[in-house]
Ligand binder design. Structure first.
Ligand code: GLC
Length: 563
């Protein structure tokens, strides 16, 4: 459970290089600036060796963030065509796949007027239909960006952030309907005209996407990536430009606006994230809620406390407080909680209701009773009135750990569950996107008979190598790198040989996906990022936010209480 104080004290550190001892900004500092309180100076050793703010001494008024030149820039001056730093630095023989992966990643780079601006989703020459796999997807670029940042090549990431920011300002329409100003594209494409020698951009905000699905996750990933860039390079100037500040505010305006909601979670349509087809992932899906939480925390760390910024910071704090409470209380499922739900009474009216959402115990699916170990737990897929989606979704749970939406106990329990249910959730190819698969009648109703999402395939219980980087990050954060090593070994036994498929099919993930693209860029980048993080765990700071360890101040009774 969190309260406003907890969130206000969350630490956000601006730099990750372990060899640099630097002062860093944090949310508390940002709030202090907002409230004009003295600030806290933090010395950093390792990115995940975060200290509680309560252990730190207040040293008076510091500059908001230490001067830029005191932050070392790890890869300044490197070009996207150079050898990977990790290869040059290695004292041991790297896995042969690493070099292959870098070559493939570099081949996927997309240029706009001579500048690298992103990576193409897949370069599969054997595939008959290109569909939109020849585009730069915002979500797909994130692991590529992480790989480049970790390798000291921030330019492509900066160009990408600026290009997508520019696209955000386009007027977006579907038929006669105008989309919200803050919507970020799902993907974009660079068209080269060889005759005129010109490059033009084309973006898709959902108006061309199959099913016309809205990319709710794009804006969140954009904010998360902007923080990763800032943290990795120490270059605060990009995030502080009026354009970036406006971009952040526009994204937030879309999800912080008041409406009819009775919950702090964000209401979404099906197919609005990585699972971009109908899969019953509408309402309040875990993936979006976890990304929302993380993006709010990243935005809080980057917003400037000017008049507009301050207003947003206050709204963010209020929302984080409510969202954290809601998710940790109602989305969390472990053996005890399952047993409680199993014994729920229904039709309870009033504030005293225990079964607040009127979940009918008969709606609990049979599989969960065997699946739930005595040790372990996870955030369920979705919670709304009389509806709990008990399915496991890997991305949402990993992001919950990384954003510290999960409490430390919950994070440990998620890792326990992965270990206890290794065969189901990892099998022979990490990692199942969701578990279990929908089958039979339920599949026809929920997916609309989608032939791409048949059981244990694609989004319906398929195994996605890209998720390896998020699993690895979660493993490092929870101090269990051996789990990541085990998963990486599995990937290394096949991924390259199989031509970097997009996904695998089957209960154990043994088969290359029915319609999986080969040379899928995020499968390649996800592997590289996992390797680099294990090799140098300080990279974790780019994608992880520490939990606040500050104790709540004692509540003092006001005079009016005793009067
Ligand atoms: C598929 C995936 C989506 C991804 C896109 C490009 O549509 O479902 O998550 O962004 O391919 O790789």
């Amino acid at each position: 459970m969190v309260d406003g104080m907890d969130v206000a004290h969350e630490m956000v550190l601006w730099k990750v290089e372990p060899q640099c001892s630097i002062a860093e900004a944090d949310d508390f500092e940002r709030l202090s600036r907002l409230l004009d309180r003295p600030r806290v100076k933090i010395e950093r050793k390792l990115s995940f060796d975060e200290r509680s703010l309560s252990e730190l001494s207040v040293t008076g008024n510091l500059r908001p963030v230490d001067s830029y030149d005191s932050l070392c820039s790890p890869g300044a001056g490197r070009s996207v065509l150079d050898t990977p730093v990790s290869l040059a630095r290695n004292s041991f023989e790297p896995h042969p796949m690493v070099g292959e992966a870098w070559d493939a990643l570099r081949r996927s780079i997309v240029f706009f007027r001579g500048q690298p601006v992103g990576t193409i989703a897949a370069i599969d020459h054997a595939s008959e239909e290109v569909l939109n796999y020849d585009q730069v997807f915002v979500r797909d670029f994130v692991p590529s960006a992480m790989a480049f940042l970790m390798n000291g090549e921030p330019d492509i990431v900066k160009n990408f952030l600026l290009k997508t920011l520019h696209l955000q300002s386009w007027e977006k329409r579907i038929d006669r309907f105008k989309l919200g100003e803050g919507v970020m594209p799902a993907s974009f494409k660079v068209n080269h005209d060889p005759v005129r020698k010109t490059d033009t951009l084309m973006a898709d905000f959902g108006e061309s996407a199959i099913g016309r699905v809205a990319p709710v996750d794009s804006g969140f990933w954009w904010i998360i990536l902007l923080r990763a860039y800032t943290k990795s390079t120490g270059d605060l100037s990009l995030a502080e430009t009026p354009e970036c500040q406006k971009g952040i505010r526009l994204i937030l305006s879309l999800c912080l606006s008041e409406g009819f909601d009775t919950f702090p979670t964000l209401l979404c349509a099906d197919g609005c994230s990585m699972i971009d087809r109908r899969m019953g992932v509408y309402g309040y899906p875990i993936e979006i809620q976890a990304l929302f939480f993380m993006a709010l925390r990243c935005a809080l760390a980057m917003l400037k406390p000017d008049v507009e910024g301050k207003e947003f910071m206050e709204r963010i704090l209020t929302r984080l407080n409510a969202l954290g409470y809601h998710m940790r209380s109602y989305f969390w499922l472990d053996f005890q909680q399952l047993n409680d739900i199993y014994r729920y009474k229904t039709e309870e009216y009033s504030h005293t209701a225990v079964n607040k959402f009127n979940v009918i115990p008969d709606s609990i699916p049979d599989w969960i009773f065997d699946f739930m170990p005595s040790r372990g737990g996870y955030f369920v897929g979705n919670v709304s009135p009389a509806k709990m989606d008990f399915r496991w979704f890997a991305l949402g749970n990993c992001i919950a750990i990384l954003s510290s939406l999960a409490t430390p106990e919950q994070s440990v329990a998620i890792m326990d569950l992965i270990e206890e249910r290794w065969e189901e959730l990892v099998g022979v190819m990490p990692l199942k996107i969701s578990y279990p698969a929908l089958e039979g009648h339920e599949w026809s109703i929920v997916t609309g008979c989608d032939p791409k999402n048949t059981r244990w395939s694609y989004h319906n219980g398929g195994s996605w190598p890209v998720l390896l980087w998020l699993l690895t990050a979660a493993c490092i954060k929870t101090g269990r790198p051996q789990i990541a090593r085990r998963a990486i070994e599995l990937a290394e036994s096949r991924l390259w040989k199989d031509g970097w498929p997009e996904y695998y099919d089957g209960k154990l993930g043994r088969y290359i996906g029915k319609q999986a693209r080969k040379f899928q860029t995020w499968s390649i980048a996800g592997y590289l990022v996992s390797k680099m993080m294990l090799e140098d765990p300080s990279h974790l700071g780019m994608i992880s936010l520490e939990e606040d360890k500050v104790k709540k101040p004692p509540i003092r009774r006001s005079a009016s209480w005793t009067a």
